[in-house]
Design a protein around this ligand. Structure first.
Ligand code: FAD
Length: 433
């Protein structure tokens, strides 16, 4: 007869690992299935690790997790073709005992996390793709089918931590197809440089790190951002844009990345580096309005599969880990009370999500995706105007300052009508609130 598990977790990314770890630690009998050769082999991420989400799961993770650098400086760049206007924040206070952000290499980090999951007692099967959900006559999910011979397995609940594509959920009609305006396609390269070169170029010492987030004409009016993250001996360099925008313009992310790397403000940071990896991946960026159903009879969705990403703040893995943990705590609680993982009982998951930053942030930013999408001038006209204004202001050329001020105002009015400017400010404030 077939063995039955308390829970099956589909996927061994941050959300699946958080769920499987939490369940195993609470004594549940957990099977985790991962289609990749090993956890992390299929994953692409910048990558910034937000410590708090992991600390809630493994409080002493800093003792053994493969961390690269802790972030002491954040740079936000608005780029046009030849310049950037930047906001930099750097603080010695970030050199603290328990830093809140680190760069990581996902392949190494996922392997480490997975080891903790197995040490906690969960069973992991790699190179195993879940093909569909199994249901009983009432429609309740009772297990999964996999691509292995005799590959059906049964459980009281299936946790779908399968990432943005959500193929199992889609095939099982739990969710709709991904909409091109709700997902970004991001590409990333790893640029290797000696540690001391990175330290010198970014003004760092010890394990300090810098994050650069860039937006502007580099995405040619499309909704998107670029990034540079400092690792110990490499830089993660990437760019991503909404799939709908890429389809409309016919531009390729690879071409945008090439242009970003050749931007005069970026090129010197990468000079002499050896490129070792190129990867592409989707990011669910549609926010609250694009979220699928999160639970039903015998199933529950976590992480990217549930569209839990805060695109404005570049947060994904922390939402993945937190939703994985909260789903697991919900399931473990039901198990302890001896009640089934029915749709009605799993509703407690929503309450847990709403009580913490996850749903509060998803709700706060629910209108941002639609505001950004379709307003090309935000990514094109404004960066050009701001750069022109800054250049005029800082160039000492014998022109008096009042004339400069007038020229700057005129260039804004010419670029965008007063009502357009006010309208954008109003819409932005409304979407942000
Ligand atoms: P995933 O990490 O995608 O894991 C899903 C796992 O499920 C995979 O291992 C996959 O192989 C497996 N799987 C899928 N289908 C099946 C199946 N049918 N059967 C078995 N296994 C299956 N987030 C941050 O917090 N900080 C960042 O700096 C950051 N940068 C990013 C940069 C890029 C370029 C990208 C693409 C994303 C970035 N993110 C970042 C987002 C972050 O990567 C995701 O939010 C996070 O990985 C989601 O975790 P997850 O476990 O839900 O999904």
């Amino acid at each position: 007869s077939q063995e039955k598990f308390d829970a099956i977790v589909v996927g061994a990314g941050p959300s699946g690992n958080a769920a499987a770890y939490t369940l195993a630690r609470k004594g549940l009998n957990v099977l985790q299935l991962e289609r990749g050769e090993y956890p992390g082999s299929k994953n692409v991420q910048g990558a910034i690790l937000y410590a708090k989400a992991l600390e809630e799961i493994i409080p002493d993770f800093r003792e053994s997790a493969p961390l690269e650098r802790h972030i002491i400086e954040q740079r936000l760049w608005m780029l046009d073709d030849s310049s950037y206007v930047g906001m930099h924040y750097r603080s010695e206070d970030f050199n603290e005992d328990r830093p809140s952000r680190y760069t990581i290499l996902r392949a190494q980090f996922d392997k480490w996390f997975s080891q903790q999951v197995r040490d906690a007692g969960a069973v992991l099967l790699c190179e195993t793709t879940v093909t569909e959900l199994l249901r009983d006559e009432s429609g309740r999910v009772i297990g999964v089918a996999t691509d292995r011979d005799n590959g059906t397995v049964y459980a009281d609940v299936v946790i779908l931590a399968e990432g943005v594509n959500g193929l199992v959920g889609r095939r099982s009609k739990l969710r709709e197809e991904l909409q091109p305006e709700s997902v970004a396609l991001a590409v990333k390269e790893m640029h290797f440089l000696p540690k001391d070169v990175i330290d010198a170029r970014f003004n760092l010492k010890g394990g300090e790190g810098v994050v650069i987030e860039g937006m502007g004409t580099i995405t040619e009016g499309m909704t998107g951002t670029a990034f540079i993250y400092t690792n110990n001996e490499s830089l993660s360099v990437g760019i991503g844009c909404l799939v709908s925008d890429l389809a409309q313009t016919g531009r390729s992310p690879a071409g945008l990345l090439e242009a970003f790397k050749n931007h005069p403000s970026v090129k010197p940071l990468l000079a002499g580096s050896e490129i070792k990896e190129y990867a592409a991946h989707l990011i669910p960026e549609g926010g609250l309005k694009a979220m699928p159903e999160l639970f039903g009879d015998g199933w529950i969705v976590v992480g990217d599969a549930g569209h839990f990403v805060n695109a404005v703040h570049r947060e994904g893995s922390n939402l993945a880990m937190t939703t994985g943990r909260l789903a697991a705590e919900t399931v473990a609680d039901l198990k302890q009370r001896g009640v089934p993982c029915s749709k009605a009982n799993l509703r407690a998951y929503t309450k847990r999500l709403e009580d913490c930053f996850v749903m509060k942030d998803m709700k706060k930013y629910k209108d941002i995706p639609s505001f950004l999408h379709g307003n090309r001038h935000l990514f094109d006209l404004y960066p050009r105007l701001v750069s022109k204004a800054a250049q005029n202001w800082f160039r000492v050329d014998g022109k008096d300052k009042l004339t400069k001020e007038k020229e700057i105002l005129t260039s804004f009015r010419k670029g965008r009508t007063l009502s357009g400017l006010l309208g954008d400010a109003f819409k932005m404030a409304r979407a942000w609130r």
